[in-house]
Design a protein around this ligand. Structure first.
Ligand SMILES: Nc1ncnc2c1[nH]c(=O)n2[C@H]1C[C@H](O)[C@@H](COP(=O)(O)OP(=O)(O)OP(=O)(O)O)O1
Length: 224
């Protein structure tokens, strides 16, 4: 029987789960506090595409991500997810919860507790905002080895930072996204915890070190 990592029992809230993957050898780190965040993804299931935002400024500038941020005081995570999606991409969408992630990075003031949402319809064409530049990418098949694909994309990148295929730029996303991307694509709800020894944003370097920032990880799907 697998052991649920500290901090996830409350998130699982008694729901049945099945281990999807785990790795890393260290023990789980203790964390002083938890702060709530959201992240929302729009999927065009007719054309097998996903909308991502290129982060133009501030924290994690230069990565591609869903649309999200902190949950403000007085908001539910779902309200925050709707607000952030509208602020960052100018769209409204019928968001559905599909997962929760708990991240802790060594010596940080708090762990990130991120509620993840997806929608397969949206109100209008996404717009570029001060923070994000939206762009559609082709989705890989969920059975794809996401780490191998990220390595390939990283090798094939041109000097302008482009890849030849318009596939989801896994090599420019949070490293831990590689672990749960198949579950998002196939819409399998999950919970997970990831401990990081350094920032999980992509950095230049050997593709074989893709998962280097991850000290320990555990992801389980929620089963009925
Ligand atoms: N390691 C990791 N993996 C996956 N996703 C994330 C992380 N760290 C993160 O912060 N995130 C997610 C959580 C959020 O959805 C975004 C970060 O949003 P951002 O807008 O940069 O955050 P803030 O500037 O703190 O929030 P607001 O000011 O927008 O409220 O990435």
């Amino acid at each position: 029987m697998d052991q649920v990592p500290p901090g996830l029992e409350e998130i699982l809230d008694g729901k049945n789960h099945k281990l999807f993957l785990q790795g890393g050898n260290e023990t789980w780190m203790g964390f002083p506090a938890v702060k709530r965040f959201t992240n929302a993804f729009i999927l065009d299931e007719v054309n097998d595409k996903i909308l991502l935002g290129y982060k133009k400024r501030g924290f994690a500038q230069g990565i591609y991500n869903g649309f999200g941020g902190k949950v403000d005081i007085g908001e539910t995570p779902l309200q925050a997810a709707h607000r952030e999606l509208e602020e960052e991409a100018g769209v409204q969408a019928p968001l559905q919860w599909f997962g929760a992630l708990l991240f802790y990075q060594t010596d940080h003031e708090y762990a990130h507790y991120i509620d993840l949402y997806r929608a397969n319809s949206w109100s209008s064409e996404p717009i570029e905002t001060e923070e994000m530049k939206p762009r559609w990418f082709a989705l890989p098949d969920p059975s794809t080895d996401m780490i191998q694909l990220a390595e390939r994309l990283s090798r094939e990148e041109t000097s302008e930072g482009e890849t030849h295929v318009e596939i989801v730029p896994l090599h420019k996303m949070w490293r831990d996204d590689l672990l749960w991307m198949p579950l998002m694509i196939s819409n399998k709800p999950f919970v997970g915890r990831v401990d990081l020894v350094q920032d999980s944003a992509p950095k230049a370097g050997s593709p074989s070190e893709l998962l280097h920032p991850l000290a320990k990880w555990w992801i389980a799907t929620i089963v009925d």
